[in-house]
Design a protein around this ligand. Structure first.
Ligand code: NAD
Length: 492
């Protein structure tokens, strides 16, 4: 055992199938370190496709018995799982903080959101009851939702517990069995989730975990026994996963990266806008797909920009601002700021070189406000995924809309104004799937579904809420005639 391995807080991460934690045979492991202080938490194996096959076999075996249970019975497991999430809230929160580096309040909100997602899944029996209608004399049509079979969920690092709960509860209550591929950077919360599901009474094989990287993701896209793939991560990988799995004739929804624009109109309430913009750009250290990344200040933006500077200075690494995921992420974010400065933008609040006393091994970037950014700069066009807001000044709303529309992403946008008419105008013209009006992080709450447009989402369904029902199930249409007296024509 190396000294680093001996210092690990948790044992090596295991795969999970047939209801058991299984040590991977892989000889290649990656370190799992805490971004808070750089301490080594564990190692995660880069599993092989043989191990993926074993997990798929486990899910295949479990599918028959699980899918034929009535949906109300399947939902009962999730009432219990929901209760366990609540009972273990503190411990789950601490684990998310440790492996992801976000603040305690942010991690707690992530667990609470997982509870809300599970509550939605518990209401599934009410949502999927089919339709029935006498369509001609003595003839009725009815619809039923059927599960797909073995499905897969590939998840990113930024919400170790919430994103797995975007997909798992809905897919399972609808009768599917699942292979989950956690992010290799934050594999611990998923393990804990598997334990809680077992304690909640989920039958063995219904939920399975395979740890790994690219080889496992490609293996999922190619696997003949996997019917549907959901992916959440960066746009480059989302495109690969979408193309590869649909090429193999699977259903796929692949959520990608984001560049969210906030439109700040001259009549916006200055203090409310400044606090919202700051919270939106710095929450989760800017590592969320709903982060405010570009601000379009229409007209005289000075009073609000001044207040944003004051608000941003209240955001302090290690206090109310978490760490970014890795040294590579810190370097990437800081390079963006340096490049913008070189290109002529003005850094009003500079988060480069941030450190936290006693946590010198941690990876922190302070809140950063960059003004006088122009649309051609990298900070204006690309996803930064850090606590950085790039402010562009425009004379008109239409000029601001043109900048937002030209961006290839389309996850979210928000408008700050006192005018209902202007809010509606921006809502109609912004090219994004989720819009906020005087709200910086417009995450739709259940039962509304989550999903962007353009290069922020590939596939036709959203990933949560009612839209996910169509993704995780297939509709059967049955036409019945019991009445022998009913006439025979082409419609009956
Ligand atoms: P990522 O794309 O690097 O990784 C996501 C998953 O894909 C991980 O499980 C990873 O192991 C796997 N992966 C990475 N490279 C791969 C490759 N070349 N081939 C196959 N699989 C590969 O994303 P990340 O860094 O973990 O997460 C951050 C990204 O996720 C950001 O772009 C963020 O915007 C996005 N995100 C989007 C949403 C959304 O709802 N649109 C939500 C959360 C995160």
């Amino acid at each position: 055992m190396s000294t680093a391995t001996a210092r690990m807080k948790y044992p090596r991460v295991k795969n999970y199938y047939n209801g058991e934690f299984v040590d991977s045979a892989s000889s290649v492991d990656l370190d799992v370190t805490s971004p808070l202080d750089g301490n080594m938490l564990s190692t995660v194996p880069m599993s092989s496709t043989d191990e993926l096959n074993a997990a798929v076999d486990s899910a295949k075996k479990a599918f028959g018995p699980w899918s034929t249970r009535p949906i109300k019975e399947r939902a009962q497991v999730f009432f219990k799982y929901r209760q366990l999430l609540e009972e273990n809230l503190d411990e789950l929160t601490a684990l998310v903080v440790e492996e992801n580096g976000k603040t305690y309040d942010e991690a707690k909100a992530e667990v609470e959101k997982s509870i809300e997602l599970t509550e939605f899944a518990c209401s599934m029996p009410q949502l999927v009851s089919g339709e029935i209608l006498e369509v001609s004399r003595g003839v009725e049509c009815r619809t039923d939702h059927f599960p797909l079979g073995v499905v897969a969920s590939i998840v990113p690092f930024n919400f170790p517990l919430m994103v797995p709960n975007w997909t798992m509860p809905n897919a399972l209550v609808l009768g599917n069995t699942m292979i989950m591929k956690p992010s290799e950077m934050v594999p611990l919360s998923c393990q804990r989730m598997a334990e809680l599901l077992k304690d909640a009474g989920l039958p063995d094989g219904v939920f399975n975990i395979i740890n790994g990287g690219r080889e496992i993701v490609e293996g999922i896209c190619d696997h003949k026994d996997i019917e549907a793939v959901s992916f959440v991560g960066s746009t480059n990988v989302a495109k690969i996963v979408y193309q590869r799995s649909t090429n193999n004739l699977k259903r796929c929804v692949a959520l990608g990266g984001a560049k969210n624009h906030l439109f700040v109109l001259p009549d916006a309430n200055p203090s409310m806008t400044a606090t919202n913009v700051t919270a939106s750009m710095s929450g989760c250290a800017g590592q969320r797909c709903m982060v405010a990344s570009a601000m379009l200040a229409v007209g005289n933006g000075d009073p609000i920009v001044d207040q944003i500077v004051v608000e941003a200075q209240k955001v302090v690494p290690g206090k109310n601002l978490g760490a970014v995921i890795s040294p590579a992420a810190k370097e990437r974010i800081e390079n963006y700021i340096t490049e913008a400065e070189k290109a002529g933008a003005k850094v009003l609040v500079d988060g480069r070189g941030a450190t936290v006393d006693g946590k010198e091994g941690g990876t922190y970037v302070g809140p950063t406000v960059i003004d006088y950014v122009t649309p051609d700069m990298a900070v204006a066009r690309e996803e930064i995924f850090g606590p950085v807001i790039s402010i562009m000044r425009t004379k008109t709303v239409d000029e601001a809309i043109a900048i937002e529309n030209a961006n290839p992403y389309g996850n979210a946008a928000a408008v700050f104004t006192q005018s209902g008419g202007m809010a509606r105008y921006v809502m109609e013209h912004a090219s994004a799937g989720m819009i906020g009006v005087n709200i910086g992080v417009p995450v739709p709450r259940e039962p509304f579904s989550f999903g962007g447009w353009n290069e922020s989402r590939f596939g036709s369904n959203d990933i949560t809420g009612k839209s996910s029902i169509e993704f995780w199930s297939k509709l059967k249409k049955t036409t019945t005639k019991w009445n022998p007296e009913a006439g025979v024509n082409w419609m009956s």
